[in-house]
Design a binder for this molecule. Structure first.
Ligand code: AMP
Length: 283
């Protein structure tokens, strides 16, 4: 596995690979890799000649009071697991490499639609930071396919929208949430949790699963199921940011059942903000 730090070098290399007829799969990450990330790498490995993984803790997507400076960084371990998974190129630029002092563009998607809800409300500017870096990575890696996790459901919808709106010539692949045996969605931020918090965090997925069961098996209203879920989670966490039943495409909160629904949640356990979701119809 070759490590590349220079954006221009990656772009030149990708052009050469494309010219020689190779397909490229890109897996963008912020590192502190776990099985969730590695499931994306494995899919990319299966479906492409060349796999590029990026590790970059993107300052643009963190708010001023968020965890940018203490976000887990595990360079040696990450490098080893990517090499074990036969990644061809690890792109690991610095912020200076990607955003020089003259940088001043932002790519913004769905301000009035996909962004003005859920995580977009509690993390102003977050998704602009995500789409800006992802657009840059797409231009640099020139991938045929890029891999994202359903774990960040709103993010994956926004990126799909960006690709469609801006005619990026690649396919977005969204893969299922990888969970610990307990049901807790894997996240680099789970490292912040102590044992007691980890135990309390289990209420999140348990509640989502039970809500899904009730929606499928009973005639209860969405409002009733949602209110029940909110009470369950609120009893165990420091703060429930949101728990909603939304439309798969638009992320708009639903009042009545429809074909493709997603139950989405964000909650603070201790200081740690955790997100999770379940889809009511599989991909
Ligand atoms: P991050 O490093 O948190 O920015 O995540 C990089 C990619 O991995 C994103 O597309 C995430 O949605 C995905 N990802 C993170 N956690 C999981 C998980 N538990 N299961 C599946 N994909 C995940």
């Amino acid at each position: 596995m070759q490590i590349i730090k220079s954006p221009k070098k990656l772009q030149i290399l990708s052009s050469v690979l494309k010219k020689s007829g190779k397909t490229i799969g890109l897996v963008p990450t912020m590192g502190a890799l776990h099985e969730g990330h590695l499931s994306l790498v494995r899919a990319a490995r299966k479906q492409n000649d060349i796999v590029i993984t990026s590790i970059f803790v993107n300052p643009l997507q963190f708010g001023p009071n968020e965890d940018f400076s203490r976000y887990p960084r595990m360079w040696l371990k990450d490098k080893q697991s990517l090499s074990d998974h036969r990644v061809d190129y690890l792109f690991a630029p610095t912020a200076k490499d990607l955003f020089d002092s003259s940088f001043q563009s932002t790519l913004s998607v769905g301000k009035e639609t996909l962004q003005n809800k859920l995580c977009g409300l509690s993390r102003p500017g977050h998704f602009d930071g995500v789409t800006t870096i992802v657009a840059k990575l797409f231009h640099l890696a020139q991938a045929d396919r890029a891999y994202f996790g359903q774990k960040d459901f709103q993010q994956s919808r926004i990126i799909e929208q960006m690709v469609s709106d801006m005619d990026f010539p690649l396919k977005i692949k969204v893969l299922p949430v990888v969970r610990e045996k307990t049901g807790l969605a894997m996240s680099s931020r789970n490292q912040y949790l102590n044992d007691e918090q980890r135990e309390r965090a289990l209420i999140i997925n348990r509640t989502l699963k039970e809500m899904k069961r009730r929606l499928l098996n009973s005639k209860e209203s969405l409002f009733a199921v949602k209110s029940w879920g909110q009470r369950q989670i609120k009893a165990k966490v420091e703060k429930l940011d949101y728990l909603e039943i939304v439309d798969f495409e638009t992320l708009t909160a639903l009042e009545n059942r429809n074909k493709k629904m997603v139950i989405v949640v964000a909650a603070f356990v201790g200081q740690t903000r955790l997100i999770d979701n379940v889809i009511m119809k599989s991909f």
